[in-house]
Design a protein around this ligand. Structure first.
Ligand code: NDP
Length: 328
């Protein structure tokens, strides 16, 4: 196969254009492993790349798609051989390096991890960067010493991808989960994933007080902006919020009151450049701890042809749970 199908983003003076095209294998970027992609997924960042709403693409032409599962076709990396099932999340895929919405990628073997035992390629992409980031957030809270007997845990953007997996993982770990959403009609969906309470996201909007009533010991925030400021002001003494997202805005106007008067911590979480050992730990825990029925309940599978429309929907906050992109 010297050509293959791929989503390609181009840019000229009149702006960005994106479509499904035939791509020549010789135009792939450098790397020591070539992978036949079977599945990818849709993350918020992929939506930003497809729509051009934020400058996540740093090179043109670009093939978007930050996550892949597939099988090694050729490798000069000693850790991988032809036929190995692999997964890749982040490392600039779909931003600086030609990405996963393609039948083939060429990447650095250092970026790959083996497909975690117990997960199919489709399940691994149902988890994707969103789910693996939710686990990184849970691990950050645990490293901070937080345990379910210290109080509830809140998840913002709960119906979204990171949020849905975060609800399921926290509930499985024994937390009383408060799911914050702007889509109250999805209450049954969230309770099915393990949420004990639903909180309308309007309660966390707007500028609140520096310190409000203490409501949770831990939180996973995908929204940022005033939502994160309000989460902090309502966090119990000694608690922490793991912040990974900006679906509501990149700004953060808060006071230091929760930090200096309640010993509250704000834990930043990045998935893209996370070191390999942390990735492996997160994926191994996901394989062990994420209920497969819950994962199926939050997952929709679409063909590559539908990914452009789905990309527009995710930046508008209209996607529920996780979307797998079936490529082969
Ligand atoms: P989704 O679109 O699936 O979920 C985002 C959710 O946020 C929506 O479903 C909605 O939840 C809520 N939301 C959207 N807009 C607003 C708004 N204006 N105000 C308040 N809430 C809003 O995206 P993902 O789950 O894929 O990603 C979530 C965030 O996490 C993104 O910002 C993404 O960039 C970030 N992220 C960061 C990573 C990292 O490495 N740090 C890795 C992965 C994701 P609801 O309908 O329930 O209210």
């Amino acid at each position: 196969m010297s050509t293959f199908r791929a989503v390609v983003i181009d840019k000229n003076e009149s702006g960005q254009n994106v479509g499904i095209r035939t791509f020549d294998e010789t135009d792939l970027m450098d790397g020591d492993v070539t992978v036949r992609v079977s599945h990818s997924t849709l993350n918020y960042k992929d939506g930003l790349a497809i729509t051009g709403k934020a400058p996540v693409v740093r090179r043109f032409p670009m093939i978007p798609g930050v996550d892949l599962a597939g099988v090694v076709e050729a490798s000069s990396n000693p850790e991988f051989k032809s036929g190995d099932a692999v997964v890749l999340n982040g490392w600039g895929l779909g931003e600086t390096h030609l990405g996963a919405y393609a039948e083939k990628v060429r990447v650095k073997g250092d970026w790959l991890i083996p497909l975690p035992q117990g997960l199919s390629a489709e399940q691994a992409m149902a988890v994707g960067t969103a789910g693996y980031t939710a686990m990184l957030c849970l691990m950050a809270l645990e490293r901070h010493g937080l345990r379910p007997d210290q109080g509830p845990a809140i998840v913002t953007g709960a119906v979204g991808g990171v949020g849905s997996v975060a609800v399921a993982l926290l509930a499985n770990a024994g937390w009383h989960v408060i799911a914050s959403t702007g889509r109250p009609k999805e209450a049954d969906y969230l309770k099915g994933l393990g949420a004990a309470e639903i909180l309308d996201r309007s309660e966390l909007a707007g500028s609140g007080r520096p310190l409000a009533k203490e409501r949770w010991a831990a939180g996973i925030d995908t929204v940022g902006s005033t939502t994160l400021a309000n989460l902090l002001s309502m966090t119990k003494y000694g608690g922490a919020i793991a912040a990974c997202g900006l679906a509501g805005g990149m700004d953060l106007t808060a006071t230091v009151a929760p930090f200096i008067l309640r010993n509250v911590a704000l834990l930043g979480v990045d998935s893209v450049m996370a070191p390999k050992a942390l990735r492996m730990e997160a994926w191994n825990r996901i394989a062990r701890e994420l209920d497969h029925d819950k994962l199926a309940a939050m997952t929709t599978v679409i063909p590559l042809d539908q990914v452009l429309e789905a990309g527009r929907e995710i930046v508008e906050g209209r996607i529920k749970g996780r979307v797998v992109v079936q490529i082969a």
